[in-house]
Design a protein around this ligand. Structure first.
Ligand SMILES: Cc1cc2nc3c(=O)[nH]c(=O)nc-3n(C[C@H](O)[C@H](O)[C@H](O)COP(=O)(O)O)c2cc1C
Length: 205
């Protein structure tokens, strides 16, 4: 499957096969692929919770407009962004220097400048949490598409309640819930047409 095919075939699904299951290995592979997405300063300020426990799924469904896909999909992901944007940076840059990909002085440059860039900027930091989590979520949907799974992104949930159920630390934003897994043969909408006139060149018009 090409990227173009994956982009054109993906749709927001509602009817998931409730009997389908994904193993922890399959789920891990999908999330690992999704972490190939870029982040500002390589901060990798994201976290994913894969929710497979039916009891927890029921609780989340009650906090998510009773959407059936919350409980019916093979896996439900909560995609989180970290508003403490630079928290993971020393760890990930150390990985890069250990692999010989990044020189130590570049590591220092990234860490110093990223810290400065986000310091005392809560709005920008929250934006970055949402941006990073969104890139990861889209990558996850495309990775799933290649494996033949449908996906259903959701913002229809109470973020405080979901964060509470999943024991999410204060500095993380639950950016998206994402159902994923094999679909039922019937019950999903067809692709919706796309607006064509969203592109202008050189200035907004
Ligand atoms: C951020 C975001 C939040 C969404 N939230 C929901 C949701 O809570 N429930 C739902 O059924 N669909 C939700 N959707 C799916 C959209 O309705 C869907 O993407 C849109 O209608 C376009 O359809 P398509 O994804 O099949 O191309 C969401 C999509 C995005 C990107």
């Amino acid at each position: 499957m090409t990227v173009s095919e994956a982009l054109k075939q993906r749709l927001s699904a509602n009817a998931f096969d409730p009997q389908a299951e994904l193993s922890r290995e399959q789920i891990t592979e999908l999330v690992q692929l999704a972490t190939e997405a870029p982040t500002s300063f390589n901060t990798q300020n994201w976290h994913v919770i894969a929710i497979t426990d039916p009891e927890i799924r029921k609780q989340i469904r009650a906090a998510a407009w009773d959407q059936a896909k919350v409980t019916d999909s093979a896996v439900l992901f909560a995609v989180l962004g970290n508003t403490n944007v630079v928290e993971n940076l020393p760890e990930v840059m150390t990985m890069a220097t250990n692999d010989g990909i990044v020189a130590p002085e570049i590591k220092d440059w990234f860490e110093t400048n990223a810290a400065q860039f986000y310091k005392d900027k809560p709005e920008l930091s929250r934006d970055e949490a949402l941006r990073s989590a969104s890139y990861l979520a889209m990558s996850l949907m495309l990775a799933g598409q290649e494996k033949g799974y449908g996906s259903g992104p959701m913002i229809g949930f109470d973020p405080k309640e979901v964060a509470n159920i999943l024991k999410v630390p204060q500095n993380y934003v639950v950016t998206l819930l994402l159902s994923m897994g094999p679909l039922l043969p019937e019950g999903n909408w067809k692709r919706k047409p796309r607006k064509k006139d969203i592109l202008s060149f050189d200035a907004f018009s």
